[in-house]
Structures are given as C-alpha cells and as structure tokens.
Write a protein that binds this ligand. Structure first.
Ligand code: AMP
Length: 282
C-alpha cells in the first residue's frame, strides 16, 4: 500500500493508471475509520482494479463554530485498517496543498443543498462538493463510493456528477450501525458516555416512524408526533431538524404515499451533532 501526500503525485499516478487501463475506485473519507468506511472500501474493491481511499479533513466544509479542531484522528490505525482491507493508495494531502491560498472557484449546488443539513450548515455542501470535485480530478476514478448515512450528501454528489458531466459512476453503501443501532460515525467518539447512550434516540425515532407507516399512518404531522415522543427520552440532545422530503427532489412532503420519502434528522449533543435517516413509502 502506498501513502501519497502530494496532489500532483496523486494525479500523475492516476494518469499512469488510466494509460494502463486500470479501473480506479475512490472512497473519500475524513479518517478515524470505522466499519462504515470499510464497507465502502469493500464495495469499491469488488468493482475496481485498485482502490484509493482519501483521508482528508476538509476545512472548507466546516463552519466557523463547528468541530474542525476537535475532529478525531488516528492516522496510524487508519493506515493499518486500509492495509488490511487491501486499499492500494491512501491519499492524505495537507490542506494547503489542496487549496491555493487565493482559491476562488467553488462548486455550489442551488437546490438540493438548501434544506436539511444545509440550513444549519450553510457553507457545508459547497465545501463537500468542491473537495469531491477536486478529488475526482486528482484521482480520476471510474467509480466512487459514498454512504447512505449522509443522505443529502450523496444525492448532491449524484446531482453534481450529472450536472457537471463527471465521467464517474457513483455507488452507495447502506448505513452501518453499532450493536445498539446507533449509526457509526467518527464523531461518536466525541460524545460523553451519557450522550453516547442517548444517541440511540435518532434510530428509535426513525424506527417508530417506519413502524407507524407500516401500520398505515401517512400523515407527516402525525409521524412527527410519534418521533417527538421518542426524542423526549433524551435530555442531552437538541433536535436540529426532522424532515420528511421527497427522496429525489428533497422537497418537503405532508403525506407518505407511493413515492419514496427520505426522513432525515440531526440532533445536537454536547460533544457532537449526529445525523441519521431512513427511506419510507406506502
Ligand atoms: P466521513 O469520514 O464521515 O466524511 O465519511 C466518509 C464516507 O463514509 C461518506 O461517504 C459517509 O457517508 C460514509 N459513512 C460514514 N459513516 C457511515 C456509516 N455508518 N455507514 C455507511 N457509510 C458511512
């Protein structure tokens, strides 16, 4: 396994692979790897000749009062896990090598990024799409794999690929969970023990919604009440949002019908803001 830090070196390697007809799979991450990330590596490995895992805590997707400085890191462990999974290259550039000091071109999506996480994190998706576009240009992957845990993110990336004609196939992996059902997240390690216990309220609320839909409830107002009853079990978490949106347009809906509805939520705990989601339909 190679570790590449220099973006130019990464691109030269990618061009060499392209000339040899090697099919590259890319898994972008911010490190502090867990089984959620590794599940994406396995998907990439199955479908490509070489897997590049990028490990980059991207400063442009963090707002001024967010957790950039507290983002967890254990590079030695990450490299060991990548080696075990058969990753070919870990690309881990420094931020100042990725962004010119006077960088002035960014990728801004204007529809799907407006609601959900975009409301409380207004510059987040501009940072995400910009860095993913840059990674596509540096790694030249034939395919790239993202997790459904970040539901809005993967929909935005598919939209960027469509609207800007990136020659890359986007694949997704399902949410991987801890044994108690909490979605795996690098940020879980920043929760104090009591918050970590209460983090299950996201999953419980979404499961209660799923159950109510299965039992015939279709009114979003009623489903919201079901979730709010679960959320009252947590005194440490503050609901940032719970939204019911059309799975494709991400426009809010008032009823769950035949079309898939994405139910997405974010809860702020003292140490970390957590997200989770579920897709429901009649
Ligand atoms: P991150 O390092 O948090 O930026 O995540 C890197 C990639 O891993 C993104 O595509 C995430 O959606 C995905 N990911 C993070 N957590 C999980 C999880 N629990 N299950 C599946 N994919 C995940």
């Amino acid at each position: 396994m190679d570790v590449i830090r220099d973006p130019q070196h990464m691109q030269a390697q990618a061009l060499a692979w392209r000339a040899e007809g090697v099919k590259v799979g890319l898994v972008p991450t911010m490190g502090f790897l867990h089984d959620g990330h590794l599940s994406l590596v396995r998907i990439a490995k199955e479908k490509s000749d070489v897997v590049v895992l990028s490990l980059f805590v991207n400063p442009t997707q963090f707002g001024p009062n967010e957790d950039l400085d507290r983002y967890p890191s254990n590079i030695q462990r990450d490299l060991e896990l990548c080696e075990q999974e058969g990753v070919s290259v870990v690309f881990m550039p420094d931020a100042d090598a990725v962004y010119a000091q006077d960088a002035s071109v960014f990728v801004q999506e204007e529809q799907l990024s407006q609601g959900l996480c975009g409301l409380s994190r207004p510059i987040h998706f501009r940072g995400v799409l910009t860095v993913v576009a840059k990674l596509f240009n540096l790694v030249l992957p034939a395919l790239s794999v993202f997790g459904e845990k970040d539901a809005q993110q993967i929909r935005l990336i598919r939209r960027m690929v469509r609207d800007l004609n990136f020659p890359v196939e986007i694949l997704s992996g399902p949410i991987v969970r801890e044994s108690d059902g909490v979605a795996m997240s690098s940020r879980n390690s920043n929760l104090d023990p009591e918050s970590r216990k209460q983090a299950i309220v996201l999953r419980k609320s979404l499961q209660a919604i799923e159950q109510a839909v299965k039992s015939g409830e279709s009114s979003v107002a009623a489903l919201r009440e079901v979730a709010e009853a679960c959320l009252s079990d947590s005194d440490l978490g503050t609901l940032d949002y719970l939204e019911f949106v059309d799975d494709e347009s991400l426009e809010p809906v008032t009823e769950v019908g035949d079309r898939a509805v994405l139910v997405a939520m974010a809860v702020q705990f003292p140490g970390a803001r957590l997200i989770d989601n579920i897709v429901v339909a009649k």
